[in-house]
Design a protein around this ligand. Structure first.
Ligand code: AP5
Length: 214
């Protein structure tokens, strides 16, 4: 089963994708994570995208389509979760072609519906484990007072360079200008379903499970 998790920054795409990886052996393909890895590795491409990402702008279609192309023909376990991709119509068309080439198909595009008002506190309170990527929130799911990640015992708590109010506003602007039209695109294709992303993490997990279990 191959799915897209679609929603604005802070909708909970990464949180839900990690749960699906654990529970269903699915493979998370997050273009945001891939770009951050490139940035941290100091590669030429990583350096080019670093300032674009920190500002909250979208990276070029060519770069992200190239990143997905590298992964999509490989092992897909219980299926791919496309997290943060596609974000433009060009990326959506490219994904369609890439899946066809590999004789794979898309099963669901799950839109995570949230209020913009909730996103500021979700994003400005977010941190994650620098070793395993587990996601935390200062208020709703704080980094343990022991200083150790409960999943992997690392003591490296990290915050993203674009997790501030100014970048978030730009990321939201990019979402509404370039990405939100994909909701109509996938609705017309018959792949679209939506879940309430404002519910608790566990409730959202259940809603997604209901979609996937039919
Ligand atoms: P990317 O890394 O994809 O970030 P994003 O889409 O902005 O989404 P986030 O990761 O910020 O949010 P999320 O929905 O995963 O929320 P999370 O689960 O962490 O992209 C970053 C940048 O890379 C882009 O701006 C762009 O520059 C570039 N890029 C990436 N892909 C690209 C592409 N395809 N094309 C072009 N450029 C691209 O949750 C957020 C917080 O809320 C956490 O603290 C979490 O604990 C909490 N939370 C989650 N769910 C709940 C809940 N149900 N209730 C309460 N709290 C919750």
């Amino acid at each position: 089963m191959n799915i897209i998790l679609l929603g604005p920054p802070g909708a909970g795409k990464g949180t839900q994708a990690r749960h699906l990886v654990e529970k269903r052996n699915m493979i998370q393909l997050s273009t945001g994570d891939m770009l951050r890895e490139a940035k941290n590795s100091g590669s030429e491409m990583g350096n080019r995208v670093a300032t674009v990402m920190a500002r909250g702008d979208l990276v070029t279609d060519e770069i992200v389509i190239g990143l997905i192309k590298e992964k999509i023909s490989g092992e897909n376990g219980g299926g791919f979760i496309f997290d943060g991709f596609p974000r433009t119509l060009k990326q959506a068309d490219a994904l369609d072609s890439l899946l066809k080439e590999c004789r794979k198909s898309l099963d669901f595009v799950i839109e995570m519906k949230v209020d913009d008002d909730a996103l500021v506190s979700r994003i400005t309170g977010r941190s994650s484990c620098g070793a395993c990527g587990e996601v935390f929130h200062d208020v709703t799911n704080p980094w343990p007072s022991s200083g150790e990640c409960p999943k992997c015992s690392s003591r490296e708590q990290v915050r993203r360079a674009d997790d501030n109010e100014e970048s978030l506003r730009q990321r939201l602007m990019e979402y509404y200008k370039k990405t939100s039209s994909l909701i109509g695109y996938y609705y017309a294709k018959g792949d679209h379903v939506s879940v309430n992303g404002l519910a608790s993490v566990e409730e959202v997990q259940e809603s997604i499970a209901e979609v996937l279990n039919g």
